[in-house]
Each structure stands twice: as structure tokens, then as C-alpha cells.
Ligand binder design. Structure first.
Ligand code: ZN
Length: 303
């Protein structure tokens, strides 16, 4: 979303309706920016242009006035990749920028940008989206694209996206192909190498209700599928965490959670300490699973 936000800022600065936080998206400037053909918006990928000569070449164009717009905007993506000399060259321009120029420096590693550069910048920290926000957006997109889906599939994808809408959409793309346009929770988990949530709950319930035989039966059938045990342990941990939330603040559990009744009874059957111990065991197992004779073995031992 960094470059998308860069583009929105460019529109805000150059919209023909005037400087605005809500660019019109209709004027020539806005449309040109949307279509990626705005000559006063320069997007540079620092990862592939790290050298000082390339940076100097870029900075030489800074002095030229913008074509027909108010501001020339330079978006330097992954700016932390610039070499030390490049940063020094850039710093000179940042210290005395011409009034018609705006720099947008985007990075995932602000700690690797020199303090001298940072101190010249206004910093905005972009947050990850919550699973809830991702789910809402996914539902919107899938409805628009007329793709069939169930709630469980949305839950799976929004968790797998780990806060990034782009990753979510990439997974969704693969999922549409994998499921022939009809997304279901079970096929998504097959694709991701995880398990549907109801099967994860089966595992947790067998442990909590002291039913070792059921647990082994479930584990045996899991081992016949091609699951990723590390991811499975993540799901296990997420479930334990939800139980913890359920115990202290049930109203904070998202409405979208289909397993709410099972979650309630699990929370009733465990005390706080047991929840904490289960979580701890899961964390340690995740760390050490690679050392086990094989991952399935390590997972089984942990459970
Ligand atoms: Zn406009």
C-alpha cells in the first residue's frame, strides 16, 4: 500500500480542483496519476538503483520546473536500499528542496535510513490491517467479481494474509483458480496446507476433554493429508489465544467467528493457568519442531 498512498498524496497535491485531502479523481491530473502516465510523478525503486551516479542523475531533474502541475513528486521506494553516498547526495537536496518538489520516501525498514535523512522527513507509520478489516474488504471484492465463497474461506484467507491486503488478494487469486471459482473453507485450507478451523477445534477439544483416542485418530487422518505442521501449530496457537480472549473479554471476539459456541465451552473447561500452559507448550514446540525426527512426529508429541 505504500506506493498506492504515494499516488493518493500526489493527487492531493496536484488535483486541478486545488490542494485537497479528497482529490476529485476526475480532472486530467487525477486521471493521469491513476493511469500511471503523469509526467511529474516519478517512481524510483531504490533496490535496483542504489548507486550514487543514478541518484545524482535523478536529483539533476529536481531543478526542472514541473510540466503543467503544481508539484513534482518523487517517490523513492525501498529507500533504505540506497548506498551511503546516495543518501549523502539526497540529503543535500532534502536540506534545501525547491518549493515545487515533494519527496516521498517509502520503506519497510526506517531503522536503516540515516538519522540525518529521517530528521528532514515527516513520518507516517502505516499499520497492518486487522483480520476483520481484511475480511470486509475481501467480501466486497469477491461480491463485485461475482465469485462464490463461504465465511470460513474468508477467515482462512484473511488470516493467511497476515495484515497485508495485497497478500490476501494474491492468495485469493490462487484460490479462485484452485477452487474453480467457488471458494470453500476446506479447499482453501487444502491449498494453504493447513486445516479447516473445525478440525483444529477437534484437536483442541480432544486435549481439553482428555480424549487421547480421538486425538490420535484425528492426527492419523491429518498425517494422510499434505499439511504444513508449522502452520498447523500457528492455528493451534491462534485458537488457544482466542480461548484466552474468550475467558476475559468474550465481547471482543469477532462476530465472524463461526466456532463461537465451541470456543465458549472450551473457555469454560480451562482455567487461566491451563490456557497459558497450552500456549507456552505450543510456542516451544513451534521453536523446536525442526529438531524432531520429523515434523509430524514433533507435532504429535507437542499435542
Ligand atoms: Zn482531480
Amino acid at each position: 500500500g505504500k506506493t498506492t498512498i504515494g499516488r493518493i498524496l500526489t493527487k492531493s497535491l496536484n488535483c486541478e480542483k486545488g490542494l485537497t485531502s479528497q482529490p476529485c479523481n476526475r480532472c486530467q491530473a487525477c486521471q493521469a496519476i491513476n493511469e500511471g502516465r503523469f509526467i511529474d510523478f516519478l517512481e524510483v525503486d531504490a533496490a535496483s538503483r542504489r548507486g550514487v551516479e543514478e541518484t545524482q542523475q535523478l536529483l539533476e531533474t529536481v531543478m526542472h520546473m514541473p510540466g503543467s502541475s503544481r508539484y513534482k513528486v518523487y517517490l523513492i521506494d525501498e529507500v533504505h536500499m540506497l548506498s551511503k553516498h546516495s543518501f549523502n547526495a539526497l540529503l543535500k537536496t532534502l536540506e534545501e528542496p525547491p518549493p515545487h518538489v515533494v519527496f516521498i520516501l517509502a520503506t519497510t525498514e526506517p531503522e536503516n535510513v540515516p538519522a540525518t535523512v529521517l530528521s528532514r522527513c515527516l513520518q507516517f507509520h502505516l499499520k497492518n490491517l486487522t483480520p476483520q478489516q481484511l475480511s470486509e474488504r475481501l467480501v466486497e471484492v469477491l461480491k463485485k467479481e461475482k465469485v462464490k465463497f463461504d465465511i470460513e474461506s474468508i477467515n482462512q484467507i484473511s488470516r493467511a494474509g497476515k495484515g497485508s491486503l495485497r497478500d490476501c488478494l494474491t492468495i485469493t487469486d490462487q484460490a479462485i483458480a484452485f477452487c474453480n471459482g467457488d471458494l470453500s473453507g476446506s479447499s482453501i485450507s487444502e491449498m494453504l496446507g493447513t486445516l479447516p478451523y473445525d478440525q483444529v477445534y477437534d484437536l483442541v477439544e480432544s486435549i481439553v476433554n482428555h480424549r487421547p483416542k480421538d486425538l490420535f485418530n484425528d492426527l492419523r487422518s491429518i498425517s494422510k493429508q499434505s499439511v504444513d505442521y508449522q502452520k498447523l501449530m500457528d492455528l493451534f496457537l491462534e485458537t488457544i489465544q482466542l480461548i484466552a480472549v474468550m475467558k476475559i473479554s468474550p465481547e471482543s471476539i469477532a462476530d465472524l467467528n463461526l466456532q463461537i459456541n465451541r470456543l465458549k465451552s472450551l473457555a469454560e473447561n480451562l482455567d487461566h493457568q491451563e490456557v497459558q500452559i497450552l500456549y507456552q507448550i505450543g510456542l516451544l514446540a513451534k521453536r523446536d519442531m525442526d529438531l524432531a525426527p520429523d515434523l509430524g512426529n514433533g507435532f504429535e508429541m507437542a499435542l
